[in-house]
Design a protein around this ligand. Structure first.
Ligand SMILES: NC(=O)c1ccc[n+]([C@@H]2O[C@H](COP(=O)([O-])OP(=O)(O)OC[C@H]3O[C@@H](n4cnc5c(N)ncnc54)[C@H](OP(=O)(O)O)[C@@H]3O)[C@@H](O)[C@H]2O)c1
Length: 340
């Protein structure tokens, strides 16, 4: 059994990690941390639904001796800027690290610092691999340090990858994404109150969401240079989990629907968690909630305007599920457990 530590157990991503590791046949949770100053809760006080399935007392700060002795892999399900405080000692101890925050996602540290905060261990940044298995599986196999992608970027990059890889589209892309409320995390905020969200839909951070530079950096890397820009408009919608991203792209030349469909099916043929829908069918959030799937559907609106729609669960393929997929790849385990 591989021994897993989770920092940020009480958060939405952390709780989903706990659920997945509890049902993982080759891993067990040996350490859990929360920030809360209200004592050291038993994990089932945070997640009563797991009563009888796991016993573990969480701590308020890492017990480094315990981690050194009892963890092989550590997941950091913490806010950005908090994660990077814990990375240097874990690297020093030779632990495998999967960080769910944005702290190590960027190749260009200046971009990170422009959109987030000053990096406190930039010397470690280049040792992290961007953990999108469909793009970087070989690198993930050979690293001890993974930066798990953001939820919106996972949905958008997987939707655009076949087009950008084959250089088929204009460099300006318009993306409209809709996310459930867990995407904002568990910390209290006025905009996420039930009464504010329920029976409502609202765009926010138009053109200035922190996931835009992440998508643009990766899309430009796939495209072999610079020049792609994404007009990204996220929306908050009143369901718990799930993202639906609609991408509007202009093809550089006319293409038949069969040809585009063939390209998508070819690229994702052997990907266990990406499902290309039949041509013209639209993915929906209900079909992917609590799964690690990314569903993708395409439709030509005219002979040069293409709409690509993708759906993922923000807490699963967009966070904890993808993190466990990365752990499996790093450890040489079957990539799809505990999902199937
Ligand atoms: N939610 C998503 O859909 C999603 C998707 C992809 C990636 N992510 C990323 O995953 C990370 C966690 O997100 P989340 O949505 O799970 O957030 P969350 O619900 O707000 O949970 C944050 C967790 O971090 C702990 N924490 C907060 N401040 C801390 C500190 N100073 N020291 C130690 N622990 C601290 C919290 O503990 P307490 O509860 O005790 O305060 C909680 O366990 C974030 O970086 C987020 O960007 C989230």
């Amino acid at each position: 059994m591989y021994r897993v530590g989770i920092f940020g157990v009480s958060g939405y991503a952390g709780q989903k990690l706990v659920e997945l590791i509890v049902s993982h046949p080759e891993a067990e949770i040996t350490a859990g941390f929360v920030a809360s100053e209200e004592g050291t809760p038993e994990i089932t006080e945070i997640m009563p639904r797991l009563k009888g399935l796991i016993r573990l007392r969480c701590k308020n700060s890492p017990d480094w001796k315990d981690i050194e002795k009892n963890c092989d892999v550590v997941f950091l399900a913490l806010p950005h800027s908090v994660s990077m405080k814990f990375v240097p000692p874990l690297v020093e101890m030779g632990k495998k690290i999967i960080d769910l925050s944005a702290d190590f996602r960027f190749d260009d540290i200046k971009t990170y610092e422009r959109w987030y905060v000053k990096h406190t261990c930039p010397q470690l940044n280049s040792r992290f691999v961007y953990g999108l298995p469909e793009l970087n599986r070989e690198e993930i196999k050979n690293t001890d340090f993974v930066a798990n992608p953001g939820c919106y970027p996972t949905s958008v990059i997987l939707a655009l990858y076949p087009l950008v890889k084959n250089n088929l589209i204009d460099k300006k892309v318009f993306v409209d994404s809709k996310s459930g409320v867990t995407g904002a995390g568990r910390a209290l905020s006025f905009g996420n109150l039930f009464v504010e969200c329920n029976e409502n839909i609202k765009a926010y951070k138009i053109g200035e969401h922190r996931h835009s530079p992440e998508m643009e950096e990766v899309i430009n890397r796939i495209g072999g240079g610079t020049g792609y820009s994404i007009v990204f408009v996220p929306h908050l919608v009143p369901y718990n989990q799930g993202i639906l991203s609609t991408c509007y792209v202009m093809l550089t030349s006319e293409m038949a629907e069969e040809k585009i469909q063939e390209i998508y099916e070819g690229i994702y043929e052997n990907e266990p968690f990406v499902r290309v829908m039949d041509y013209g069918l639209s993915p929906s959030v209900k079909n992917i909630v609590n799964t690690n799937f990314c569903d993708i559907g395409i439709k030509l609106v005219d002979n040069r305007t293409l709409v690509v729609i993708s759906s993922i669960d923000n807490l699963v393929k967009g966070a904890a599920g993808q993190a466990v997929q990365n752990m499996n790849i790093m450890l040489g385990l079957k990539e799809t457990i505990p999902f199937f």
